[in-house]
Design a protein. Structure first.
Length: 253
C-alpha cells in the first residue's frame, strides 16, 4: 500500500525564475525506510516542507494514505536537523507538545504517554530534566520520541544526525533501525551522507539534478537486521562509489 504519493508536483520559491521541484512523481510504500540522497541545497528539504504543509505546491497533488495532505491535521511527523527542544520546558513538557496541540487528552494521560515514549527511546527517568542536561544523542532521541507522539505513521527525518560527532552518529543510526523495526512506521530520511543512506535504506532515492524532476530509486542489496560490517562487502563498496559518482556529477553540472 502506498503511504505517500507525489503526482506531478512542482514548487517555485518566491523571487526565483525556475521550479526547484518540477513535475515530480514518486510513491513510498507502507512500512518502508528510504533515504533521499542529494547534495546540499538541491531541494531535498523542499520535498519535506510540502509534505508537512509548510509549503504549498505550485502544481500537482501530494497524498498521504490516499488523501490530499492539505486536508489532514496529522499527515506526518517531522523531525528537522536541529532537535528544537524548548530550553525553558522540561524534556517531558517538550514531548507533550504534540499531545497538547491535538487536544482532548487529560494531563494524566499525557504524562503516561510521555513516560512510555521516553522509555521506548531509552530515556526513562529524564522527564523532568532540562534539554541542556542531555547529551546530543539523548536530545535527538527525545526529539524522535516527540515526533512519534504526533501519532502519524509517516515520519520525515531531515538530516537529524548531521550535527552529531562520528561515534554518536553511527550509534544513532543503529538505534534508528531498531526503532523502525519495532514500530513498523514508514520513514523518509534526508541525507547527503552516502554511507548513512546505504546503512539505513531498503532503497536509496537519489536526487540527480536540480530542478528535481525525478528520484532515481536504487535498491540496497542488504537485508535487515544489518550491521556496519555489511558496508565492507564488495557489492556495497561498488554501490557506494557509484552513488558518490552520481553526486559528483550534480556538483559539477
Amino acid at each position: 500500500m502506498s503511504v505517500l504519493t507525489f503526482d506531478h508536483v512542482s514548487y517555485q520559491y518566491p523571487g526565483e525564475r525556475f521550479n526547484i521541484i518540477d513535475g515530480l512523481s514518486f510513491q513510498v510504500q507502507e512500512g518502508s525506510l528510504h533515504c533521499i540522497l542529494g547534495v546540499s541545497g538541491c531541494g531535498k528539504s523542499t520535498i519535506f516542507r510540502m509534505i508537512n504543509g509548510l509549503l504549498q505546491p505550485r502544481a500537482g497533488t501530494i497524498r498521504v494514505n490516499g488523501m490530499p495532505v492539505g486536508g489532514q491535521k496529522r499527515a506526518c511527523g517531522y523531525m528537522p536537523q536541529k532537535d528544537l527542544l524548548f530550553p525553558w520546558r522540561t524534556v517531558g513538557e517538550n514531548l507533550a507538545l504534540p499531545l497538547e496541540i491535538q487536544g482532548g487528552l487529560g494531563r494524566t494521560v499525557r504524562l503516561a504517554m510521555v513516560d512510555a515514549a521516553l522509555c521506548d527511546v531509552g530515556l526513562a527517568g529524564c522527564r523532568d530534566k532540562r534539554p541542556d542536561e542531555l547529551s546530543g544523542g539523548m536530545r535527538q532521541r527525545a526529539a524522535f520520541a516527540r515526533t512519534m507522539l504526533t501519532g502519524s505513521d509517516l515520519l520525515l527525518l531531515d538530516e537529524p544526525f548531521s550535527a552529531l560527532d562520528f561515534l554518536t552518529r553511527i550509534s544513532m543510526q543503529e538505534w534508528l533501525l531498531e526503532q523502525w523495526q519495532k514500530t513498523g512506521k514508514t520513514i523518509l530520511f534526508i541525507t547527503h551522507d552516502v554511507e548513512e543512506a546505504l546503512f539505513l535504506s531498503s532503497s536509496v532515492l537519489v536526487v540527480e539534478s536540480t530542478p528535481i524532476r525525478a528520484l532515481k530509486e536504487i535498491p540496497v542489496p542488504l537485508g535487515y537486521p544489518r550491521s556496519r560490517k555489511d558496508l565492507a562487502r564488495t557489492d556495497i563498496i561498488e554501490l557506494r562509489e557509484a552513488l558518490i559518482g552520481m553526486l559528483r556529477k550534480q556538483v559539477e553540472a
